[in-house]
Write a protein that binds this ligand. Structure first.
Ligand SMILES: NCc1[nH]cc(CCC(=O)O)c1CC(=O)O
Length: 302
């Protein structure tokens, strides 16, 4: 019987996503044996240091890629948001699954909505993009670094360490904690990170059999949107260590892309917007990136 081994991180969210991919592969290919290969990555171990300091692209990918190169796994499942804009090595992304909720969630014990936060409230997030957007709307907020997996972050909120935290809606919903979402921080006010909410399957570039096997899960509309978002972010030299937001939507075969570059310390932001055919996502991405630079975004980029 044919078998596919899926490398995954060991966090609850990563395991949910990989089990979801496994179920969908079994449904698409009756008789296919799907096995999970869970592993801990450097990004999971270094949870005490701010992410910005440990840096390095693909913090959550490296070990999974090594497992594929060494033949211990055939493919890896990731949140596309965590995948660097340039893949480092002989890898491909043959399947991008249909995107779930792309937006951030306002989560709080005491407050029903972002607007209700009192002056100087303490908000936990280590995402520079979320910090820049929060500061842009509410310069009075005190932003505090908050790391760890979704459960750890919620536990810190519940312990009273923060007035509110911001997490991805998709992560909360996948973990069955959608009821913790007090408010969806939706576009255009809050713009998500490129590809937020989308799950991707990575494999070895030359592995045609695995590419063909997983390609049934690829969702063309999601691929077009996240390609434009990633092209914009890539053109700005961005990673998750720079406050860059990008969100594309489709109306029939017309795609619109909203981009933002911000400063996490000051809350200063620069916005750009353009639309174009769904068939040219890279062009749309670079167009919005150029617009952002023309409007002064380069002064905010490292
Ligand atoms: N950086 C961690 C991460 N990577 C993907 C998600 C959520 C799921 C997704 O965006 O697909 C999260 C958690 C979060 O941002 O709250």
């Amino acid at each position: 019987m044919p078998t596919i081994r899926l490398a995954t991180r060991e966090s609850a969210l990563a395991l949910w996503q990989t089990n979801h991919v496994a179920d969908r592969l079994r449904a698409a290919h009756p008789g296919l044996e799907v096995v999970l290969v869970p592993m801990t990555t450097r990004g999971d171990q270094a949870i005490d240091q701010p992410l910005v300091e440990i840096g390095g692209k693909g913090l959550f990918l490296k070990e999974l890629e090594v497992a594929m190169l060494e033949g211990r796994a055939d493919a890896a499942v990731h949140s596309l948001k965590d995948v660097p804009m340039e893949l480092d090595g002989p890898f491909a992304l043959p399947a991008i699954l249909e995107r779930a909720d792309p937006f951030d969630a306002f989560v709080s014990v005491k407050y029903e909505a972002f607007e209700e936060l009192p002056y100087g409230a303490k908000v936990g997030t280590s995402s520079l993009r979320r910090q820049a957007l929060l500061k842009a709307h509410r310069p009075d907020l005190v932003l505090v670094d908050l790391r760890g997996n979704v459960n750890t972050r919620l536990a810190k909120l519940d312990a009273g360490d923060y007035d509110a935290i911001v997490l991805a809606c998709a992560g909360l919903e996948r973990l069955g904690m959608g009821d913790r979402i007090r408010e969806r921080l939706s576009a255009p006010r809050f713009i998500p990170a490129a590809a937020q909410g989308a799950v991707v399957i990575e494999c070895r570039q030359g592995d045609a059999a695995i590419r063909d096997l997983v390609a049934v899960l690829d969702h063309a509309e999601t691929r077009a949107c996240v390609s434009a978002e990633r092209a914009m972010t890539r053109a700005l030299g961005g990673s998750c260590h720079v406050p860059i937001a990008a969100y594309a939507t489709l109306s029939k075969d017309r795609m619109s892309l909203e981009g933002l570059v911000g400063d996490a310390k000051t809350g200063q932001t620069v916005r750009g917007y353009a639309s174009g055919p769904m068939s040219e996502p890279d062009k749309l991405g670079t167009q919005v990136a150029d617009m952002l630079v023309a409007r002064g975004a380069d002064a905010l980029l490292p």
